[in-house]
Design a protein around this ligand. Structure first.
Ligand code: AHG
Ligand code: MN
Ligand code: MN
Length: 340
């Protein structure tokens, strides 16, 4: 190899296989927008710090005896897992210290937390909603769990700051999830496609592995808790019946983050229909369905709640539930065709 060829190789390597951390990715994105203040980078660094902390605790769950349930219940009358509480506190501590966050709403807290302005001119542009630990009951069996987050602009026109939280999903400025599996994966969107980062635990950094995630189409696969089939509305039952004669396979972890991540990577559809037990559906609109729907659409997929586009639902309550159909565009269309 000549010296010139070697140099060309080096140029190619830095261009095509460069190591980009989540911080450097965000800084490079912000540099494209001269009006950017850097406040979003502050916010995301709080989320990535929380994710590293929660990932480390999940990894040591059985060693540290943080498995199992606490005595407390959350607002949905569900028993909180010990790590639910730890994950929630971690996010509150990381986000609470950031001067760019005005309101925090969590699955584990009945009311949103309003972070007071410390002095005049303290602007705090963002509202952050999250499910600190999704699929937490799977921790006891060493299954994948996750964190889901949604970011909105603080709506200053509203008199009650809490109302700032109740915005439709179309208003999200960013959304994402972290999957704590064999590796820790952070998938996010700021409305400019979907980016995927993987935590390199040896250096403690999330590294960019895919700058533009696209959901495959045409995959014959669905993900739902089929044990409830008899209590699904009839259209879902007919779709599931149809799949049985058309070569489909089924996958279900029972952690929304893990199931949706699979659908995002491999294609197919993730469903949580209404049931007799949960007539509105089980999953929560504001910090489960909306952020995942934003990601799905940004990756080229679709997301509906029954026959309505999820992101267009006008929320009435922070903890409201919704049914969920999301995934590859043609598979979501197929499900919808059975619901008509
Ligand atoms: P969480 O652990 O945050 O309460 O969420 C659990 C959710 C979601 O992750 C999953 O898709 C769903 O519950 C599973 O419900 P079923 O057990 O009814 O299938
Ligand atoms: Mn959840
Ligand atoms: Mn949860």
């Amino acid at each position: 190899m000549t010296l010139e060829e070697a140099l060309q190789d080096e140029v190619r390597l830095t261009r095509d296989q460069n190591l980009t951390s989540i911080q450097s990715y965000l800084l490079a994105e912000e540099a494209k927008h001269p009006q950017a203040t850097g406040s979003f980078t502050w916010l995301l660094s709080a989320i990535s710090l929380s994710a590293k902390f929660i990932a480390a605790r999940c990894r040591r769950a059985r060693i540290e005896a943080v498995l199992g349930a606490t005595e407390g219940e959350n607002v949905h009358a569900e028993r909180q897992q010990k790590l639910d509480v730890i994950a929630n506190e971690t996010l509150l501590r990381c986000l609470g210290s950031r001067p760019v966050v005005s309101i925090i709403a969590s699955e584990e807290n009945e009311e949103p937390l309003i972070l007071r302005q410390s002095e005049p001119g303290d602007i705090r542009p963002y509202v952050v909603l999250f499910d600190p630990l999704d699929g937490s009951s799977n921790l006891d069996v060493c299954g994948g769990v996750g964190t889901i987050f949604s970011v909105l602009h603080h709506d200053r026109r509203s008199d009650a700051p809490e109302n700032s939280v109740l915005q439709p999903g179309t208003h999200q400025v960013a959304a994402g999830y972290v999957l704590y599996g064999p590796s820790t994966v952070l998938v996010m969107t700021t409305g400019n496609g979907v980016q995927m980062f993987v935590l390199d635990p040896s250096i403690g950094s999330f590294l960019l592995v895919d700058p533009q995630v696209r959901i495959p189409d045409g995959t014959k696969s669905y993900s739902l808790n089929e044990a409830y089939v008899n209590s699904f509305p009839e259209g879902y039952q007919r779709y599931l019946e149809w799949t049985k004669n058309n070569g489909y396979s089924q996958r279900y972890v029972g952690t929304m983050v893990a199931d949706v991540h699979r659908v995002l990577m491999k294609g197919g559809v993730f469903l949580y229909p209404p049931t007799d037990k949960a007539p509105q559906g089980k999953l929560r609109l504001m910090y489960e369905a909306n952020p995942m729907s934003f990601l799905m659409e940004q990756a080229g997929g679709k997301a509906y709640s029954g026959t309505q586009r999820t992101l267009e639902i006008e929320p009435e309550k922070i903890h409201e539930r919704t049914s969920v159909i999301m995934g590859s565009p043609s598979e979501v269309d197929r499900v919808l065709s059975f619901l008509q």
